[in-house]
Design a protein around this ligand. Structure first.
Ligand code: FPP
Length: 255
């Protein structure tokens, strides 16, 4: 991997609306996605991994738009896990610049579409400039009423549960009072969203990889071999069609 491979993070995202063949049936209010396969998509084309990440950003743009037009209210994307710091420094720094570029460039378009942006994760490890961009992007879109796009960055499901537990332990006034699941969930990073109805992982692996561990307890899981850069509106329809065929029982009996 050479410096040139990660020299530019100036991915520009196309703003065209995908034409979606609509299926009937309930649309998930909240979809959570692990966007996997950028590197393998690039390797198959003998391109540097950076090219896969850049194409991955275009997919983010298209899938966000497709979800919004299908009536999805919350879309949560795993952009950078706590474990991703172990990648080569050059790739980590490229991903950071890509993220910063998205935050700078996309906000105007997100505002135009009425989308709200949230970023969840331990942001303290990001540099001050990136933290400021996140804050500005969240503030600028906070009053929108359309789909909420959440980017999970330096996020881990165990980190989320632990930070909630620590917060509760620090602020507990009445130690005798019963702590319910609902009380606990209010301290999780995604407290503002309902639990995901549908989880999608692209790229062929069948793992949760420390994503939303608490929140995925009753979520329908969908795995596809398609690499994230190739995951388009049609592939999303495949996931929605699969979701619509499922019977969600939440532990109850059928009927
Ligand atoms: C997984 O592919 C992808 C990532 C670790 C990063 C995801 C980032 C993007 C899609 C672009 C940035 C997005 C935003 C919202 C700023 P991989 O590198 O693990 O692929 P591989 O498993 O094929 O190696």
């Amino acid at each position: 991997m050479t410096a040139a491979h990660f020299s530019s993070a100036s991915a520009q995202i196309s703003l065209t609306s995908p034409s979606v063949e609509e299926h009937t049936g309930p649309v998930p209010a909240h979809i959570a996605i692990i966007m996997d396969g950028n590197g393998r998509w690039a390797a198959e084309r003998k391109l540097p991994r950076a090219a896969g990440h850049r194409k991955g950003v275009k997919t983010v743009r298209n899938i966000a738009q497709a979800c919004a037009s299908r009536g999805v209210q919350y879309l949560t994307l795993f952009a950078f896990s706590s474990e991703n710091w172990q990648r080569p420094a050059r790739e980590v720094s490229f991903l950071m610049r890509l993220f910063a570029g998205v935050l700078r460039r996309e906000i105007q378009e997100m505002n135009a579409q009425g989308m709200r942006l949230r970023v969840v994760g331990d942001l303290s490890r990001f540099d001050a400039h990136l933290q400021q961009l996140v804050q500005e992007a969240e503030d600028k879109t906070a009053h929108n009423s359309g789909m909420t796009l959440t980017i999970a960055a330096n996020y881990g499901g165990r980190w989320d549960i632990l930070q909630a537990a620590r917060h509760i332990a620090r602020n507990r006034v009445d130690e005798q009072a019963l702590l319910t699941e609902a009380d606990f969930a209010q301290h999780l990073a995604l407290a503002y969203a309902p639990e995901p109805d549908l989880f999608i992982r692209t790229g062929g692996e069948k793992r949760l990889s420390n994503f939303l561990l608490w929140q995925l307890a009753y979520t329908e899981l969908y795995f596809t071999d398609i690499f994230w850069p190739d995951f388009d509106a049609e592939a999303l329809e495949g996931a929605l069609a699969s979701y619509q065929q499922r019977e969600r029982r939440f532990g109850r009996l059928s009927g």
